[in-house]
Design a protein around this ligand. Sequence first.
Ligand code: FES
Length: 141
Amino acid sequence: MSMGSDMYRQQILDHYKNPRNCGEIEEPTYTHAGENPMCGDEIRIDVELDDDEEVIERVAFRGDGCAISQASASMLTGKLQGMTVVEMQELDRDDVVDMLGVDISPMRIKCAVLAEKVVQDGAKIYEGEADLDKTTTEDDE
Ligand code: FES
């Protein structure tokens, strides 16, 4: 293992043990939940947008899951603050893997992208572009 990936592993463990932006927003612009059906773990994310509904002002999450899913949610929620909704919708799986900084196995990718899919689906539902109760990462491989 290289020094670089060791550093990223430490970072993942740190975010897992001390999650950032963990909790609830009292009156979020939107809230949405999702699960990894392989294990049943869930994440719910609250998002508060600015008055023009263009920029993400605050994000909070809560959930239970493995180190990758929780660390990914913790890191992503930090990264999203100040981002526009358009920029957030453009994030893809590669951005999440880059953010985590370690190789993610096909099984673990469902854990890694859970938070990203939840926050993106939540925005689509809020904008009336999607109609679903809960996000799943079933199709991610
Ligand atoms: Fe459940 Fe990763 S094993 S979210």
